[in-house]
Design a protein around this ligand. Structure first.
Ligand code: 4AD
Ligand code: MG
Length: 478
């Protein structure tokens, strides 16, 4: 059995003069003597000092950046700057060579663009170590939050026949070979021969199935991958992303807003408590980047200050119509840019409107409610004005839409009418309609885009840098 100590623990240790064994990947090797070794347990490296006079020359040559090694030696207090301990090696063994001519990660700062091209190796950098530790902590915190509150974690299907959002942005799933499958008279693929016997797709949201479960367990949440076949090449969109979708029976829009705000604050403060070193590192990384920008483009708050601010302040709540009024009252120059939306009540907000509200006007997370019914999904509860629905979008500074949710339409007649209006086939969602047929009740829920949360907490700016293997148009290499 392999035995080793974690570098994370050794860096804090004061057990000097004991024998230790570490295994990890070489970050740098200086003067044939000093190895900076990292094992992924933390961002820090431990210095392994090699007795080069008594080490085989061929072995020394194989200690290269990227190589995996095992080092055994004595833990001693370090006299060097920036480190408290080091290992005086008595034996070094190469576990896996790394050809320095070919290994793409050099001991220097690489651009995120370059690292995106080598996504299979980028975990070995400090930035990605920090980002993925924070991602881990946030997902753990989400489970803890819901578990503490008695929610049941539901695994909703990835393969489904329903289009939960009614937006038609679905990846098709089939066992058919389209080239060989006979077509129906009108030229369409005959899915009756398929494994599922019908057209299926990858889920865009677990909400509809989540509602079924909420109408039995009372409180549930999902946390799984969702897929959108939208051709958007932005820094905020992925074709495969993870979503957290709580659904609560006997709850209205206010309960929904409260749950969402509590959850956001809980998970952000969990990350602050449990990822101090990582967030400190990411904060400094961002400060360095800000220094490169002209003064007027620099962010007013540092990453850590942004997180603190978010925790200390209530999210601003207002309706879509109130938001338009705020845009109307903006300075003439600004107002000109908002003309279309101001003149067309019912149009959707674009990112420039959201940014104005969140970053310029309120300078904090904003919960926008009661959107015009035509720009929202069929399942959202119709308000008494017959024009708006009990929807909520939570907008975050620097991110835009973080959360989308609503109180659900529990009245069968209204729901059916909304489905007809929006072209959602009732016969395909008969099982969903059954919840309204048998013991319907007010209920509400929302979806949090997990990668957007990770973006906010890490201060990263491209969503492709906070998911291990990003899927976007023309991306899937592995
Ligand atoms: O607003 P959306 O489409 O809402 C739903 O899917 C509802 N069924 C949720 C619910 O009520 N249970 O998506 C929810 C969130 C968005 O606010 C956004 O954060 C994220 O999912 N999201 C994406 N994240 C990354 N890439 C994409 N292409 C995304 N589309 C949505
Ligand atoms: Mg949305």
């Amino acid at each position: 059995m392999i035995k080793r100590q974690q570098i994370k623990d050794l860096l804090k240790s004061t057990d000097f003069n004991t024998e230790v064994t570490v295994m990890g990947w070489v970050r740098t090797f200086r003067n044939n003597q000093f190895i900076a070794l990292n094992d992924g347990s933390c961002m820090g490296n431990i210095q392994v000092v090699v007795d080069f006079n008594n080490t085989d020359e061929n072995l020394l040559k194989r200690i290269t950046t990227g190589a995996a090694i095992k080092a055994t030696g004595t833990l001693v207090e370090s006299l060097g700057k920036g480190q408290s301990v080091e290992i005086k090696a008595t034996a070094v063994e190469i576990l896996g060579d790394s050809d320095p001519e070919k290994f793409p990660l050099q001991p220097k700062k690489h651009s995120l663009e370059f690292l995106r091209e080598i996504a299979h190796l980028r975990f070995r950098t400090n930035t990605f170590n920090a980002v993925f530790k924070v991602r881990h902590a946030l997902s753990f915190a989400i489970h803890q939050f819901y578990n503490e509150r008695g929610f049941v974690y539901m695994h909703t299907p990835v393969i489904t026949a329903s289009d939960a959002e009614g937006a038609g942005e679905m990846f098709k799933v089939t066992t058919l070979d389209f080239d060989k499958t006979p077509r129906t008279d009108d030229g369409k693929v005959d899915f009756s021969e398929d494994f599922f016997g019908r057209a299926t797709n990858l889920t865009v949201s677990g909400q509809l199935e989540g509602e079924l479960a909420a109408m039995a367990f009372g409180k549930i949440y999902t946390f799984g991958p969702t897929f959108r076949a939208e051709n958007s090449n932005t820094t905020r969109h992925l074709a495969e992303f993870w979503m957290i979708e709580p659904e609560v029976a006997f709850a209205d829009l206010e309960n929904n807003m409260e749950l969402a705000e509590d959850m956001m604050k809980y998970v952000i403060s969990y990350a602050k408590e449990n990822c101090k070193e990582e967030l400190e590192f990411l904060n400094n990384r961002l400060l360095e980047e800000e220094k490169q920008k002209p003064q007027n483009e620099r962010s007013e708050l540092s990453l850590l200050e942004k997180l603190d601010f978010c925790l200390a302040n209530d999210f601003q709540r207002l309706t879509y119509t109130e938001a338009i009024d705020i845009l109307k009252a903006s300075k003439p120059n600004q107002k000109k840019q908002f003309k279309y939306l101001i003149d067309n009540w019912g149009a959707d907000l674009q990112s420039e409107h959201e940014r104005y509200l969140v970053e310029k006007h309120f300078k904090r997370p904003v919960i926008l409610t009661d959107y015009p019914k035509d720009i929202k999904s069929f399942y959202m509860r119709l308000n008494d004005d017959n024009k708006t629905v009990a929807a909520m979008d939570i907008l975050f500074p620097g991110i835009g839409e973080m959360i989308g949710g609503s109180q659900r339409e529990e009245r069968m007649d209204v729901l059916k009418q909304r489905m007809d209006e929006m072209g959602v086939p009732q016969e395909e969602l008969w099982w969903y309609l059954d919840t309204r047929r048998f013991g319907s009740a007010p209920h509400a829920g929302f979806g949090l885009g997990f990668e957007r949360l990770v973006l906010f907490v890490t201060g990263m700016t491209n969503i492709r840098d906070v998911i291990a293997f990003p899927r976007f148009p023309k991306s899937a290499e592995f």
